[in-house]
Design a binder for this molecule. Structure first.
Ligand SMILES: Nc1ncnc2c1ncn2[C@@H]1O[C@H](COP(=O)(O)OP(=O)(O)OP(=O)(O)O)[C@@H](O)[C@H]1O
Ligand SMILES: [Mg+2]
Length: 360
């Protein structure tokens, strides 16, 4: 059963299997239920957790479900974020992986989806077919339930990964799907786990306008663009904007949250000049440019090579039972790169908050 309690102005209504039903009519067989619900809804304008306790016993009885089932349904849905640039090698995987590390260190529950058939994210976290033989391709082609393909990251609690083993190449060769088919291939599985997480983050592949990137933009709420400090970034930005305009038509919820720079070398003046020129052009175009960027640093590779890649001594020690895992403080430090990623992640959260507040 698909049941959703509607908030704010529509707080008297409950949505069951996509039909709006007035709560007071539904429970009219019990006067107590009706008067309690009316009273609760008249007391305050915002429908929130305080109401659940009073209303859920009646709704649960009426729908013959448990109160836990109802609570499950009103839990907020994960924010769905795509980290993207159609250009290859700019740092999509590095940045999405590190951002996830920072979110997890803040206590958030995160699903990181490797949507690139190169599988860099999957291998960064040392996930192989031994952990789960299934990947995103199997989920999109409905061969397996998304929950059976998701693997908890071995060393980082709170982080789950939906791996990619390269089968996604086959998805490219499937006949062209209609917009609705594309949306459904992603939307159904993603929505089915959206209440299990605070954030669902897509590490995207370097491309645009294909039957694979398109549907991600149709389910995502936010896109953040990773850029390198080079004048070529501007060319990429213009192309991306054209492409995004098409995506906005199909997904009105998609927001271009902003662009940030990765691999900044403060001692290379021409790169800094290019970055500032591109940043100012992007801002003039009306797109938010992040105050925080990521410096060029060996730390970008180090975290994976030292701790997570299956060639690391940490992985071996973990497999041998010599160590138990990594605690939240260590996760924060490993994925921090001298503060760059914690600050960037804070700024991403601030951007999302701003949009959410505007929408209220
Ligand atoms: N800030 C950084 N400092 C140093 N090296 C970095 C930094 N960011 C990324 N790199 C390195 O650059 C290379 C490309 O990064 P990454 O794989 O994250 O890019 P990508 O955009 O995901 O690439 P693709 O388009 O192939 O998916 C990797 O070797 C990575 O370690
Ligand atoms: Mg990548």
């Amino acid at each position: 059963m698909d049941l959703e309690l509607l908030t704010l102005g529509l707080s008297r209504w409950v949505q069951v299997n996509k039909r709006l039903i007035n709560i007071s009519l539904l429970v009219e067989e019990t006067n107590t239920a009706r008067s309690t619900i009316q009273k609760v809804l008249n007391e305050e304008t915002v429908f929130g957790p305080a109401h659940y306790e009073k209303i859920f016993p009646f709704l649960a009885k009426f729908y013959k479900v448990t109160q836990d089932d109802l609570l499950d349904l009103v839990k907020p849905k994960a924010k769905i974020i795509a980290i993207w640039n159609q250009k290859g090698g700019v740092g999509k995987s590095t940045c999405s992986n590190h951002i996830c590390g920072q979110l997890v260190a803040k206590g958030k529950k995160v699903l990181l989806i490797d949507s690139d058939y190169q599988g860099n994210t999957t291998r960064n976290f040392s996930i192989s077919k031994e952990d789960s033989p299934h990947d995103l391709f199997d989920v999109l082609t409905k061969q397996i339930d998304i929950r059976d393909a998701i693997v908890p990251a071995k060393y980082v609690s709170g982080l789950d990964i939906l791996p990619s083993y390269g089968k996604m190449v086959e998805f490219e060769t499937t006949p062209i799907l209609t917009v609705n088919e594309k949306i459904r291939s992603y939307e159904e599985p993603i929505q089915s786990v959206s209440r299990d997480y605070d954030f669902i983050i897509f590490d995207m592949r370097p491309t645009m306008r294909d039957c694979h990137s398109d549907p991600i933009f149709l389910v995502a709420e936010y896109m953040f663009m990773v850029m390198n400090p080079s004048s070529m970034s501007w060319d990429g930005y213009i192309m991306a904007q054209e492409y995004l305009r098409r995506c906005y038509r199909d997904n009105m919820n998609l927001k271009f949250g902003g662009a940030f720079f990765n691999r900044i070398r403060s001692n290379v003046q021409y790169e800094i000049d290019s970055m500032l020129a591109v940043a100012s052009a992007i801002e003039k175009d009306g797109t938010y440019v992040f105050e925080n960027g990521i410096k060029e640093s060996v730390g970008a590779k180090k975290s994976f090579e030292l701790y997570f890649r299956d060639t690391s001594s940490f992985c071996n020690a973990f497999e041998n039972g010599e160590i138990e895992g990594i605690n939240k403080g260590q996760v924060k430090a490993i994925f921090d790169m001298n503060g760059d990623f914690s600050e960037l992640t804070e700024e991403i959260l601030a951007v999302i908050n701003k949009y959410e507040n505007e929408n209220q």
